[in-house]
Design a protein around this ligand. Structure first.
Ligand SMILES: Cc1cc2nc3c(=O)[nH]c(=O)nc-3n(C[C@H](O)[C@H](O)[C@H](O)COP(=O)(O)OP(=O)(O)OC[C@H]3O[C@@H](n4cnc5c(N)ncnc54)[C@H](O)[C@@H]3O)c2cc1C
Length: 290
């Protein structure tokens, strides 16, 4: 099923995410985990992609298995960093063959030491917007893209980033998923700002249930994500106690989601990170509010 159709439906959408293995020997274990999450019957599942193509076949295989074995629509991520036009076309053909209808089109995280203005291979793509246009031209896919309520970390200003987002959406994006955020007010403000720019596609807020304290501080620093004082207090108190941190992280994520639903949001994506227990706990907490 196309995610754009799913988002237009009556039901609130709650989706989960998994990441593929880097090596073939870990595939079966991660497939097992992905199927455990899919068995919870989320609205759809997204499968991340190693920038540069390192997980190409595993992302596709996970997506295909999730769809065929659990009947859950899959959103396969695809990055364009380092990819040429011909390579993209063969990836799209393989996805079509595998029955994948939904793609999250991303530039990809640049490897360490590669500057923002890197030169793509001849005929390749510098920004996600260029890949969106190419996928649109190829035809047959529902196309999602990323957006950043606090602005993308490489962009000199959030307002410039929003203008670039509008240009990306205009190339043929059907829906957007946000970067994680821990203060819902930032999301609400962002929604007003991009609606004013004329971005009208559905936006799926991305919520991260934090299970490891130290890790999240580092990730937020790198991505420029604001950690509100009340969330920092949770990290300070529970960050060194894994079980307590996981429980507190799930509660905080659920509270964010309930506030979003009460605020009229109809779709939420959970960065469940190959953790079936976390996905199950979120669903159990929310079952009656969805
Ligand atoms: C929901 C979500 C899922 C993700 N999944 C993955 C994944 O599976 N694999 C992975 O490797 N990474 C993933 N990422 C991370 C993502 O690849 C990085 O954040 C990356 O740095 C930017 O990707 P993008 O598609 O947003 O890039 P773009 O939209 O291309 O933007 C990248 C930067 O370029 C700037 N820019 C855009 N257009 C122009 C232009 N014309 N001129 C000058 N500057 C411009 C933007 O302002 C921004 O600063 C994900 C991110 C999100 C939010």
């Amino acid at each position: 099923m196309r995610i754009s159709e799913l988002l237009a439906g009556e039901r609130v959408s709650l989706s989960f995410e998994v990441f593929p293995p880097k090596k073939a020997e870990s595939f079966d274990a991660i497939l097992h985990t992905a199927l455990e999450i899919a068995a919870l019957q989320p609205s759809f599942m997204s499968i991340t992609y190693g920038a540069g193509g390192s997980t190409d076949q595993f992302t596709r295989a996970l997506a295909q298995n999730i769809q065929q074995r659990c009947g859950v629509p899959a959103l396969a991520h695809l990055t364009c960093y380092g990819t040429g036009r011909e390579q993209l076309h063969s990836q799209l053909a393989a996805m079509r063959e595998a029955g994948i209808e939904n793609i999250l089109a991303l530039r990809g995280d640049l490897p360490e030491g590669v500057g923002a203005g890197y030169a793509p291979p001849p005929g390749g793509f510098q920004y996600a917007a260029e890949m969106v246009r190419e996928i649109k031209g190829f035809g047959g896919f529902c196309i999602g893209a990323a957006c950043y309520p606090e602005g993308h970390v490489e962009c000199p200003s959030p307002s410039l980033d929003r203008q670039r987002l509008k240009a990306k959406v205009d190339q043929g994006v059907d829906f957007l998923t946000t970067q994680m955020f821990f203060d819902n007010d930032l999301l609400y403000k962002f929604l007003y700002q991009i609606r004013e720019l004329g971005v009208s596609v559905p936006i799926i807020p991305g919520i991260m249930p934090v299970t490891k304290g130290a890790q999240i501080v580092r990730i937020c620093k790198l991505s420029g994500t604001y950690l509100p004082a009340r969330f920092r207090a949770i990290l300070d108190k529970y960050g060194n106690t894994p079980a307590a941190m996981q429980q507190a992280g799930i509660v905080y994520a659920c509270e964010q989601i309930v506030d979003l639903l009460a605020g009229g949001i109809r779709a939420v994506h959970v960065y469940s990170m190959n953790k079936p227990a976390v996905a199950a706990a979120i669903l159990a907490n929310l079952r009656d509010v969805l």
